[in-house]
Design a protein around this ligand. Structure first.
Ligand code: HAM
Length: 416
């Protein structure tokens, strides 16, 4: 029997209920803040990711689902969506004026990762990207939106972990100091870090190897090498977060696994489940639009791993609150035809009703309704039809009463 591909999974039932509930909550938050949705293709030319996420990043170096299509184009299934959104805003000249562009997306991403709890090869992200906004205030606006919708979902133990990774101009001095630090203890670092120190020294700070993390003790920190404008930006953001009461801590090793960040880089950590874990990440990427062939514009954004957020919701709140609809059970051909007419009118009125269409016996139909968690069974037999009523069985209480047919719609609406 065929199984889903390793690292991918089917979403349905209770888990999907949470996906939908979170998506609804986040869409409302995005719309309140004036963000519009963008849907970009899953397939992009591989260069889009190589030139943005970076060839030295693990994502491009080790984890990309890339292949040559039948037209011999080298394409990749998107490992993230910032690069695709940037490609799209350039292609559609969305940055022709200096107006801010506030965009969001919800969709699947693909990374060929080593399997471990909470990490998938097809996973889902919700992301926000804003263009032509350069101020720390604009970052705060995006972070407030993020923080408040996570709170709306019931998460309370949240902390922003923030850093400034500066600009490409202030990095050479940092790289020099960092390479000297690395050279003095290079035997303590893993083989990957020896490659990273050549390709992109910042990546060494991000190494997951515990020995490398220990060897980093006392390393030169980026914030000491910031140019005055980047320093001022960083200080101002911290001031705003403090004023707005968004909890944060500074993390000088936070560089994130992608190459495009400038100035602010951040993650959101949650201890809602005990052990601290990163729910999401993002930052400023002022050079990326130009790097991919567009104008020089400022940009900022973040993405949440939806799978991880759903797991958190399930562990914190159990099942997503969802009431199964009542079931309408007609008995016999005349009642079935009438039931189709009635249900059609109720659906048009916005009611949720499941229609029993199998021609099942009452006992079997009630068993199914109970298994589906229906609160009410509306039973329509020839006798009820003659009297102009429907027998309404409360499946939890086991009680039954007759409702006049012309009152059912209103009574169901009143129960919502
Ligand atoms: P990222 O940190 O690579 O950033 O991914 C963001 C989030 O996606 C992670 O915090 C995690 O929750 C989730 N995630 C990543 N890989 C997996 C996986 N294999 N399984 C489950 N969840 C995963 C980005 O992707 C950037 N595009 C964020 C950004 C937007 N920066 C600026 N704008």
């Amino acid at each position: 029997m065929a199984q889903s591909v390793k690292g991918t999974r089917d979403l349905f039932g209770g888990e999907l209920d949470w996906f939908q509930r979170i998506e609804d909550t986040v869409r409302r938050a995005f719309h309140r803040h004036g963000y519009s949705e963008i849907r970009t293709p899953i397939l992009e030319e591989i260069e889009v990711f190589k030139r943005s996420v970076g060839e030295s990043s693990d994502i491009v170096h080790k984890e990309m689902y890339d292949f040559f299509d039948k037209g011999k184009r080298h394409v990749a299934m998107r490992p993230e969506n910032t690069a695709g959104v940037v490609r799209a805003v350039i292609q559609h000249q969305m940055l022709a004026t200096s107006d801010p562009q506030l965009l969001y997306y919800i969709g699947p991403m693909f990374r060929y990762e080593r399997m471990q709890a909470g990490r998938y090869r097809q996973f889902w992200q919700i992301g926000a990207e804003s263009f032509q906004v350069s101020t720390p205030e604009s970052e705060a606006e995006s972070l407030v939106m993020l923080y408040d919708f996570l709170r709306e979902l019931g998460l309370t133990q949240l902390t922003f972990s923030i850093n400034s990774v500066g600009t490409p101009e202030c990095r050479p001095a940092f790289h020099e100091a960092f390479r000297a630090f690395f050279a003095a203890r290079e035997a303590e670092f893993c083989e990957d870090c020896h490659r990273r120190i050549e390709e992109n020294p910042l990546r060494v700070l991000d190494c997951k190897n515990a020995r490398c993390q220990a060897a980093l003790e006392g390393h030169p920190v980026l914030v000491d090498f910031l140019d005055p404008a980047s320093r001022e930006h960083h200080e101002r953001l911290k001031e705003i977060l403090t004023t707005l009461g968004l909890p944060f801590e500074e993390n000088p090793r936070l560089v994130r696994g992608l190459d495009y960040y400038t100035r602010t880089a951040f993650e959101v950590l949650s201890t809602d489940l005990g052990a601290q874990s990163a729910l999401l990440g993002g930052g400023r990427y002022d050079g990326l639009v130009k790097q991919l062939g567009g104008p020089q514009v400022a940009a900022f954004g973040w993405s949440i791993g939806l799978d991880r957020l759903v797991t958190l919701m399930q562990q914190l709140h159990g099942k997503a609150p969802r009431q199964a609809p009542p079931v309408l059970i007609p008995l016999g051909p005349a009642a079935t035809l009438k039931a189709l007419e009635l249900a059609r009118a109720w659906w048009a009125a916005g009611l949720e009703v499941v229609l029993e269409t199998r021609g099942a016996k009452l006992k079997n139909a009630l068993t199914t309704a109970n298994r589906q968690g229906a609160p009410l069974a509306l039973i329509l037999g020839d006798g009820e039809l003659e009297q102009g009523v429907v027998a309404v069985k409360d499946l939890a209480a086991g009680t039954q009463e007759a409702w006049a047919l012309d009152t059912v719609q209103q009574r169901l609406l009143d129960r919502r």
